[in-house]
Ligand binder design. Structure first.
Ligand SMILES: Cc1cc2nc3c(=O)[nH]c(=O)nc-3n(C[C@H](O)[C@H](O)[C@H](O)COP(=O)(O)OP(=O)(O)OC[C@H]3O[C@@H](n4cnc5c(N)ncnc54)[C@H](O)[C@@H]3O)c2cc1C
Length: 397
């Protein structure tokens, strides 16, 4: 590990190359199942000193320079196992928010095991009455001695069924205006008082869940940021989420087939599909493939440049839909009749059905455009008549 920290960028490049060529394949050899493979990959990464490159050393990271991180981006593109998506919420969103805003004891407790992939996390923001209008949440957290007692309902909670922790938004002051009475808490999932009910999607998978909280308990000091500063924390985490669900998720290994709603079908796989179906000489198919290839290349450049998170999110959504639409043209209506590869059919059918959800999860396309208009272009903000009214006085369903 010390090799990594003291390495020059050129030495670091060799270490990263050796990791992907030798250490990682050996660590994944014989490991099956998405969660097991995800955990094996993260453990190998952490143990090689390659996790948390920009995290301070005292919090389990490597404290490396921007130059080292550029080397990592260069050498890791296309090689990260697609099972990394299991940690999209912990590594991609919760841990950077804890790193930037958590108290020291929270950082010490959660960052090292989180970077090593020992725990899976989920994100409990959305509620039946609060999605785009997230500040309208009504899940309640009240202090009882050394614990918060949490009651309410969350929905669309991705991965809750596999998670050990949730990053939770709860209302801690109903008399404050809606944006000012919210707190971000870390909720242990494996306890009485937390009931997870999977929702079956049209893909046949159950990736997200309803979660019922009935006097669930959270230690008093498992707060991220300050009590009642949860809105600022929520916005900070959402910025990481848009990076994660935008261009970051597209640097993963395109040779692997993964049913994940966060990653568009890689173009290489569509080229192979077109060849297998004997459609690779059709002009419109070739045009579609060329457009997608261009889109994927642009994503690569956006990753290197570090674009506004909402641009990345909108781009990934557009790429995901276009890739799924081309897959649908290649797969249907007649081709399943002569395909004898059921696994292939299932894989593409999943992406064709799932891609619409990309424009919702992590904030809808309309909300991304509002964000770009207001924060990037400086257009007038949407009117917010309820901004200063105590939440308890607001009309609710
Ligand atoms: C695949 C997937 C995974 C998800 N995972 C999670 C998760 O892990 N954790 C979690 O907390 N949530 C999760 N969500 C929920 C997601 O964040 C919400 O679906 C999203 O924020 C939209 O909220 P809503 O569904 O309540 O729609 P609504 O907010 O009711 O929106 C309905 C429609 O109105 C539009 N709209 C609303 N407000 C405005 C406005 N101000 N301007 C313009 N148009 C507007 C929206 O764009 C949308 O088209 C997930 C959703 C999906 C699809």
């Amino acid at each position: 590990m010390s090799d990594v920290r003291s390495s020059s960028p050129a030495e670091f490049r060799q270490l990263v190359q050796a990791f992907f060529a030798e250490t990682l394949p050996a660590s994944l050899d014989g490991v099956s199942g998405t969660i097991n493979r995800a955990k094996a990959w993260r453990a190998a990464l952490f143990d090689a000193g390659l996790a948390g490159l920009d995290y301070p050393v005292e919090h389990g990271g490597q404290g490396l320079s921007a130059e080292h991180r550029a080397v990592w981006a260069d050498e890791s593109t296309g090689l990260i196992p697609r099972e990394e998506a299991t940690f999209g919420i912990s590594v991609g969103m919760a841990l950077p928010t804890i790193r930037d805003h958590g108290a020291d004891h929270v950082r010490h407790q959660f960052i090292p095991p989180g970077l090593r992939g020992e725990d899976v996390w989920c994100q409990m923001y959305s509620e039946p009455g609060a999605g785009s209008d997230l500040a309208g949440i009504t899940t309640r957290a009240e202090l009882d001695g050394d614990e918060w007692v949490v009651t309410g309902q969350k929905v669309w909670t991705s991965g809750a069924q596999h998670s050990q922790y949730a990053i939770l938004l709860a209302r801690t002051d109903f008399d404050a205006p809606k944006h000012r009475g919210i707190t971000m808490l870390i909720l242990p999932m494996e306890q009485e008082g937390v009931t997870v009910r999977p929702l079956v999607q049209m893909t046949g998978e159950s990736e997200f869940n309803e979660v019922f909280l009935d006097e669930a308990r959270v230690p008093k000091d498992w707060v991220v940021g300050e009590v009642n500063s949860g809105w600022q924390m929520a916005v900070a985490l959402l910025a990481h989420e848009r990076v994660q669900t935008g261009v970051a998720s597209m640097g993963q290994n395109s040779n692997q087939r993964s049913k994940s709603g966060r990653v568009p079908i890689p173009v290489d796989q569509l080229v192979e599909l077109a060849q297998n179906r004997g459609l690779n000489h059709e002009t419109t198919v070739r045009q579609g493939l060329a457009q997608l290839h261009t889109g994927e290349s642009i994503v690569g450049y956006l990753r290197q440049m570090g674009c506004h998170p909402s641009i990345g999110k909108l781009w990934r959504t557009k790429q995901g839909r276009a890739a799924a639409d081309l897959a649908a043209r290649l797969c249907f209506p007649a081709s399943p009749a002569w395909s004898d590869d059921q696994e292939e059919e299932d894989y593409f059918a999943y992406h064709i059905l799932n891609c619409r959800g990309m424009s919702l999860g992590g904030g809808t396309d309309e909300i991304q455009r509002n964000t770009l208009g207001e924060r990037a272009l400086g257009l007038p903000r949407e009117p917010m008549a309820d901004k200063n009214t105590p939440f308890s006085d607001l009309p609710r369903n």
